[in-house]
Design a protein around this ligand. Sequence first.
Ligand SMILES: O=c1ccn([C@@H]2O[C@H](COP(=O)(O)O)[C@@H](O)[C@H]2O)c(=O)[nH]1
Length: 283
Amino acid sequence: MMPEPFGDRLLAAFEARVPMCVGIDPHKQLLEAWGLRDDVAGLESFARTCIDAFADQVAVLKPQSAFFERHGAAGVAVLERTIAAARAAGALVILDAKRGDIGSTAAAYAEAYLERHSAMFCDALTVSPYLGFGSVRPFIDAAQRNGAGVFVLAETSNPEGPQVQRAAVAAGMTVAQHIVNEAAEVNTQFLDERNSTLGSVGVVIGGTIAPGGVDVRRLRGPILVPGFGAQGATVADLARLFPKECTVIASTSRDILSAGPERGELTQKAKTVGSRLAEQRGD
Ligand SMILES: O=c1ccn([C@@H]2O[C@H](COP(=O)(O)O)[C@@H](O)[C@H]2O)c(=O)[nH]1
């Protein structure tokens, strides 16, 4: 039997939980602010507190792989435990690792994160299409086989992004729009074959971008929106950038994590931000 598709699981989580994504980004400065050492024990304690505060309340958690990898193999082991604990508590996990490579190597990355036998299996993975959209096909295939998702970088939140992502691939079409259109095509094919409402190929579009860059109305997949909070994007920006019918996953890391280390304060902060987002969606 085919596993339940990621899009359906995401919609169910948004109905039942705080409808947003909290990023788990154990910055050195945050570890220090939480009274923890910048070592593997500090990392484990930080991640454990995040799980206790968010995993049974918030729809999506997004560990940032880089902050675990910087502690070496022991840090990656903490990441594995964090993903497993978050999923066991019912949160969906998007691993932010921005993987991408030539097809055969992409297939190995896909096996690491999107095959159910893997220790690092997560609900979705961020991937980079800047070796060509076709190069992310192994991620899409593995995700669709396993009820997981991918989030393809389209227009990122950093100020350097537009130089590449707003360049034209054809008259009137930006690179970012091309990526969104390719994702839309995969979703349409998948949804035509399955009795499902939301595709498993999402895109990443920063909440900080200038309006007018990408048209997402035909995507039929979720939009992961980082840049909310610490990088300056607000609820009003989300309303301005995305049509109401889109499934927008607003993501914030430092803004919420800076409420720690008390578990109750972290949970409360996520709930406060989540209700502002739900209000904007008109729930
Ligand atoms: O376009 C992008 C893609 C990914 N990110 C990641 O999201 C978080 C943002 O953290 P904040 O503390 O909320 O600024 C971080 O892990 C980035 O690598 C992004 O910011 N923009």
